[in-house]
Design a binder for this molecule. Structure first.
Ligand code: ATP
Ligand code: MG
Length: 412
């Protein structure tokens, strides 16, 4: 794609009221636009990155046997009354129609997926079942802030599982935890797993996936020597205490929750009377789990973690483009030929073909943060200047070698 034709371009001017790095850089580099607090448009660059994040988690959910569906955001109040959520969930957006009917905007989809599952689950042979979607959620958050970290409209991958026995569920729960950790790793994040209480409806343990960042809203205690990690809200421990697992000293850090998994027990299955005929011929309720993963928040957390004073440094797996090609004055034809060769090789290239200064083009490349910058100038002859966004070292190499190197970048 030619940068001259990109509708939302990087600029020198950061937004006036950005409270976090992700807000500042994502707007300034042309990834998102804010409509109001907690509500954003994803511009072409932002949508390309979001699509890559979506696909990484999609691949992992398909691999554990998840079936992708897409459920409605506009939901009848009746479903929320069945579970009690209509009166108890403070973030639920309620909408009244002109005929005085009440609706909710989906803040999570247990109330919709459970009656759907009821249609499918008749006997133990219909289990296990795992349905998931990658979809927008609406929440009346009191303080929507920190750019795309806390939205009132945000995207989540939410999966819901139904199992015949607790043992079956426990095995699947473990598989999803591992799939989550693989997905974070592919995206370029290290997530710590905390144990937390299971929230409003269940006493069971849930796990939260936390990435250390000062822009987050959770405090966690973690051990540097082993994998012990706990949310401060429920912890018996405090910073400086001995790790209950290995005895090393516990540290405290700010973190952002990028996902979580819950054992929901039989709460929703009982509410919606989802019963199946078991192996013994008797009726039973399935064990249900839910698994949230914040696609848009993760994009913001990546920016918080991976940036310098010039801009964003995207991991190759989720960068909007693999390459930012810069042509300096007087070499338009050579640049066009390099661009065509890269595109023909199947690479994702953003070509800064604008009639502007070299300095402005270098600044734009650093701001957007694609992993590889290539420069074609009168000095590069039939080669190109290669620079990784991360390392800063430049070298002259042939176009063929460029193609080979980019293909070997870590892309999933
Ligand atoms: P938080 O404690 O941050 O409010 P939560 O416990 O409400 O999160 P869930 O309802 O389980 O989270 O949602 C699953 C995932 O969706 C979270 O782990 C997080 O990554 C993401 N998420 C939750 N709320 C928001 C929000 N307001 N904006 C962006 N992402 C969110
Ligand atoms: Mg919340």
């Amino acid at each position: 794609m030619k940068l001259s034709q990109l509708p939302f371009k990087p600029t020198n001017n950061p937004p006036a009221q950005a409270d976090t790095v992700n807000h500042k850089l994502l707007v300034q580099a042309g990834f998102v636009r804010q409509l109001m607090a907690g509500v954003y448009t994803y511009a072409p660059l932002g949508l390309r990155t979001l699509n890559k994040i979506r696909n990484i988690i999609r691949t992992e959910m398909d691999a554990v046997g998840g079936n992708e569906i897409l459920m409605p955001s506009l939901q009848p109040s009746a479903n929320w009354k069945v579970t009690g959520g209509w009166d108890s969930i403070d973030v639920l957006f309620k909408v009244k129609s002109r005929t005085e009917k009440n609706y909710a905007l989906g803040q999570s989809h247990e109330e919709i997926v459970t009656p759907l599952a009821k249609e499918i689950i008749k006997s133990y042979r219909d289990l296990p079942l795992a349905l998931y979607q990658i979809h927008w959620k609406f929440r009346d958050e009191l303080r929507a802030k920190s750019g795309i970290l806390r939205g009132r409209e945000f995207e989540m991958k939410d999966m819901y599982s139904f199992h015949e026995t607790q043992a079956d569920f426990d095995r699947f729960y473990q598989e999803v935890k591992e799939a989550y950790l693989r997905a974070y790793q592919k995206i370029g994040l290290v997530a710590k797993v905390t144990e937390a209480s299971g929230g409003a409806f269940t006493q069971k343990i849930s796990y939260e996936f936390m990435v250390l960042t000062d822009a987050g809203e959770d405090d966690i205690f973690y051990c540097e020597k082993c994998d012990f990690c706990i949310n401060s809200e429920i912890a018996k421990q405090k910073a400086g205490d001995a790790c209950p697992k290995c005895g090393a000293e516990l540290k405290m850090a700010r973190a952002s929750e990028v996902g979580n998994v819950f054992d929901l027990g039989q709460k929703y299955a009982r509410d919606f009377e989802v019963e199946f005929v078991g192996r013994d011929g008797k009726k039973a309720f399935p064990i249900m789990g839910c698994y949230g993963w914040g696609t848009t928040r993760i994009m913001g957390v990546l920016v918080e973690k991976l940036h310098d004073d010039k801009g964003i440094i995207w991991p190759a797996s989720v960068a909007p483009f693999q390459v930012q090609l810069i042509s300096l004055n007087g070499v338009e034809e050579i640049a066009k030929s390099v661009y065509d060769q890269l595109i023909k090789a199947g690479l994702e290239v953003l070509w800064d073909d604008r009639d502007t200064s070299p300095g402005a083009k270098f600044a734009a490349a650093d701001l957007i943060g694609n992993p590889i910058r290539l420069v074609v100038s009168t000095k590069t002859a039939d080669q190109v200047e290669w620079k990784a966004r991360e390392s800063g070292e430049t070298e002259l190499i042939s176009v063929d070698e460029t193609i080979g190197r980019i293909r070997s970048l870590q892309v999933y």
